[in-house]
Structures are given as structure tokens and as C-alpha cells.
Design a protein around this ligand. Structure first.
Ligand SMILES: O=C(O)CCC(=O)C(=O)O
Ligand SMILES: [Fe+2]
Length: 279
């Protein structure tokens, strides 16, 4: 098998010719470079047991256990992303990046498809690096001086409509007490590229601005990041794996398959501190 990497549009690359159960050191090196360059890697036709999924994740870095997702039975380090035929709410159905409410956000996740609907259930990705690059120089200069406040409280706390509608798929609402402040434009820890680090799920306001003052500029940035030319759509098969970088991308799980089951296993990797981008 020969490993080959084919880039998508603005975000991610499709990797073929590789068995994720048997990566050589040289494959791993190639994948690390590709991950830094493309922000997400996509694979099809993988056959991973939960144990092999864990081995794969550990070959990359340390595992981070998400406090809110229900775990796969007997695998406390694997989160379950599930929607049953009788459920209408899905997990991650709006644009977001995971863990921005942590002061040291997780690097990203390896999401592995076990059961997928016959049609739909795709995941959209957006490049927050491409989105920064396509802003005007004037707005870039303004954003470089800003920091933003992020929180988990309104999403994963007990009062949240999302938690109430997710049933037993989400839990531990008492742990939803994180607030973090991050630069609005970060230097991507792997690529060094500037990346827009705000998202509609967890960002509350710019530091030192009121929520009302922040909303119009945040909304503008959200519309800009979600522009079609910054995005790509991944269609899952059983055995597909997506590995995304939370510091370079957003994602959105499309909820268009009511009446069918979709079951994914997610392992999240520890990240590192974020720095502001400066010229
Ligand atoms: O199910 C998906 O496609 C993604 C769900 C999600 O947002 C996540 O696992 O972080
Ligand atoms: Fe997510």
C-alpha cells in the first residue's frame, strides 16, 4: 500500500493507502506534516476496535477525556457520539470548535464511524486559517489586538436547552464551569499560520467589550468563516475516520437523517497553550 494525500478545498485532506492499525514511523511522520498543513485528515475503510482506536490516538499524543460526553461502555477514554432513530437532536449540530472554553484547549479529535445512516449525516468543516487570510488588512489589524471570552456554562450547564434535549448522551453539568480567554487570532501551534479563534457555540464576547458591542463583529466573523469557499463536506461510511485540529477548523454535524441511527466513537487529544499571532 502506498500512502497518498489528496487535499480538499480550503480544509483537510483525504488520506488513502494506509491501514491505521499498522502505521510505520515514516507514515506517522508524513501524517503529522499533513495534519499541520491541512488542519484535518480523512480516511475511509478502516477497521478499528476500540482498543486499536486508543493505540492510534496514543501514537499521536496524550488522550483528553471530555467531561460532558457519555463514554462508550467499558471504554472511559472513548466518547460516544450517538443519535437514535427516535431522537431529533444531534451532538454538534451547529458550527463550533471543541473545547475552546478550556484555557488549554484540546488539540482535536479522532472521530470513527461505526454506524451511519443510508443518506446524510455528513460533517461540515471550515478552515479558520483560510478565513483569516481572506479578511481585509484593515480588519486583520483590528482583530490582532483583541481577545475573546469563551465559556462552557451556557452549552453544557444544567440550564442549557441543548443539555436538556440531549437526554443521557450528555452529563456532568456541574462541571460546566470553565471560562477561558484566548486571542482572537492565534498563531497555529503546528503550522505557525494565523487562525481565527472564535466560534458561535462557546465565544461570549470580546474581552473588555459588552456582549451587545461584541455581537455584530462576532456575527460578521461567523458568517465569514462559514462561507462556502472556506468549507468542505465529509461523507461518512462505516469505517471512516476524521481527525481534525480544533485550532485550525470548525465543524458541524448535519442533522438530516431522522429515523435512523448514527453512532460514532470519539477520542480527543490533549493540546497546548495558545499564543496570539503577531506579524
Ligand atoms: O458527529 C459528528 O460528525 C461531529 C460531532 C461533534 O461535534 C464532535 O464529535 O465534536
Ligand atoms: Fe464537536
Amino acid at each position: 500500500m502506498t500512502l497518498s494525500i489528496q487535499r480538499n478545498g480550503a480544509v483537510g485532506a483525504l488520506v488513502s493507502g494506509v491501514d491505521l492499525r499498522a502505521l510505520s514511523q515514516s507514515d506517522l511522520h508524513t501524517l503529522r506534516d499533513a495534519f499541520a498543513e491541512h488542519g484535518a485528515l480523512f480516511f475511509h475503510g478502516q477497521q478499528l476496535t476500540p482498543e486499536q482506536h486508543i493505540v492510534l490516538a496514543e501514537s499521536w499524543g496524550d488522550i483528553n477525556v471530555n467531561r460532558f460526553f457519555r463514554a462508550v461502555p467499558e471504554h472511559p477514554r472513548i466518547a460516544e457520539v450517538r443519535k437514535e432513530p427516535d431522537q431529533t437532536v444531534n451532538i454538534g449540530g451547529g458550527w463550533h470548535t471543541d473545547h475552546s472554553y478550556d484555557q488549554i484547549p484540546a488539540l482535536g479529535s479522532m472521530l470513527y464511524a461505526r454506524e451511519v445512516p443510508a443518506f446524510g449525516g455528513d460533517t461540515l468543516f471550515a478552515s479558520t486559517c483560510a478565513a483569516y487570510d481572506s479578511l481585509s488588512d484593515g480588519l486583520k489589524r483590528t482583530l490582532l489586538g483583541l481577545r475573546a471570552v469563551h465559556s462552557s456554562r451556557h452549552v453544557f450547564g444544567a440550564q442549557s436547552a441543548y443539555v436538556q434535549s440531549a437526554g443521557d448522551r450528555l452529563g456532568n453539568a456541574d462541571a460546566a464551569s470553565q471560562d477561558a480567554v484566548h486571542p482572537v487570532v492565534i498563531r497555529h501551534p503546528l503550522s505557525g499560520r494565523p487562525s481565527l479563534y472564535v466560534n458561535p457555540a462557546f465565544t461570549l464576547q470580546f474581552e473588555g467589550w459588552t456582549p451587545m458591542e461584541s455581537a455584530p463583529l462576532l456575527e460578521m466573523l461567523y458568517r465569514h468563516i462559514a462561507r462556502p469557499e472556506h468549507t468542505w463536506r465529509f461523507h461518512w461510511q462505516p469505517g471512516s475516520l476524521a481527525f481534525w485540529d480544533n485550532r485550525a477548523t470548525w465543524h458541524l454535524a448535519v442533522n438530516d437523517y431522522h429515523g435512523e441511527r448514527r453512532l460514532m466513537h470519539r477520542i480527543t487529544l490533549e493540546g497546548g497553550p495558545l499564543e496570539a499571532y503577531s506579524h
